[in-house]
Unconditional design. Structure first.
Ligand code: ES4
Ligand code: ZN
Length: 324
């Protein structure tokens, strides 16, 4: 089954580029940029990755991003991820970046986006991997900061397909960003949002109704509202589910308890994604294998996750036809 999964063409729709920072590269960049990090070795970094909820992860994740300073750093980070994509037969990826994690430290928006998109362009020609970029607002920061970030993104409008919402879900519901999302839509961006990861099913409904999202990131807590599950199935609203993330952050205690297969069988457009693979123990193939092993998936079910991801992607319609 592992070989079938590895060879299956895959599309990734939920990936934080800052979450692909492997401990070895973190060390290399810390040295290169003379940034102090509170670890003695890459192994010590890995040992520190014991999380009990989303916040305990985010604290360590934002700290890790401090080693990213130059355009070349963002290129190296993104290129390393794209080589993993190639090894896993990921043929298209839509990556998130969090500009505020960097601009708050005095790194220019331009430095971040130029490094990321230079790697994505190189992957288009050298690795045959297509891509899109989604800019996320940090929901623990305020509405003004999100508006400022949206203004900074305007010169790069042609490189960013959508805006999203990530970071601490509890205490920061979708309504906090309704006006920013309205402005982003007016400027021509598609929208997505993390919802129903740690927060209630109501956040999924509000992301749809107040933020006008095209996809829900995570969304696994939709099962707490039967009417919502029916609506998601009928509308084929995609859920970008991240199995290893969910078990690492204790959204589910074990992979066997994960509801992704139930959602698939109920007819929802669920997809498998890696979220923050350097922190959660695996890239795309690992996530597929973890679900397939725990739930004894058939090849047909596994392939359906890939078909769903093509359907849910922001690839041009004409390109989708040739992919599927
Ligand atoms: C994230 Cl797993 C997860 N949830 C919310 N925000 C995030 N940012 C990076 N990973
Ligand atoms: Zn995420």
């Amino acid at each position: 089954m592992k070989n079938f999964i590895k060879g299956l063409p895959k599309v990734e729709l939920h990936l934080h580029i800052e979450g692909t920072l492997e401990p070895e590269l973190m060390f290399e960049l810390a040295q290169r940029n003379k940034v102090a990090i509170p670890y003695s070795s890459p192994q010590a970094v890995r040992d520190a990755y014991q999380f009990h909820n989303l916040q305990s992860f985010l604290d360590i994740y934002y700290q890790g991003a401090n080693v990213l300073i130059t355009e070349q750093d963002f290129f190296d980070l993104t290129w390393a991820y794209l080589l993993r994509c190639k090894a896993d037969n990921v043929i298209h990826t839509e990556i998130f970046f969090d500009p505020q994690t960097h601009t708050e430290r005095g790194i220019a928006f331009k430095t971040v986006i130029d490094g990321i998109t230079r790697a994505l362009e190189q992957a288009r020609t050298q690795l045959d991997i297509s891509s899109q970029v989604i800019m996320c607002f940090l929901r623990h920061l305020d509405e003004d900061a999100a508006f400022e970030t949206l203004a900074q993104a305007m010169p790069y409008r042609d490189r960013i397909v959508a805006v999203g919402l990530d970071s601490s879900e509890l205490g920061h519901p979708p309504e906090k960003f309704a006006r920013v999302f309205q402005a982003a839509k007016k400027a021509g961006f598609l929208t997505v949002a993390h919802a129903g990861e740690e927060g209630p099913a109501q956040n999924i409904l509000d992301a749809i109704d107040l933020l006008g999202v095209s996809r829900i990131d995570h969304g696994v807590r939709c099962v707490e509202n039967a009417e919502l599950v029916k609506q998601l199935a009928e509308s084929r609203m995609p859920l970008t589910v991240c199995p290893l993330s969910n078990t690492k952050l204790k959204v589910f205690e074990h992979m066997g308890q994960h509801n992704i297969v139930d959602l698939l069988e109920t007819g929802l457009c669920v997809t498998i994604n890696s979220d923050d693979p350097a922190y959660f123990g695996g890239y795309m193939t690992d996530n597929f294998v973890a679900v397939a092993d725990a739930h004894q998936l058939t090849q047909q079910q596994i392939a359906q996750f890939s078909l769903n991801a093509i359907e849910a992607s922001f690839i041009e319609q004409a390109q989708k036809v040739t992919m599927s």
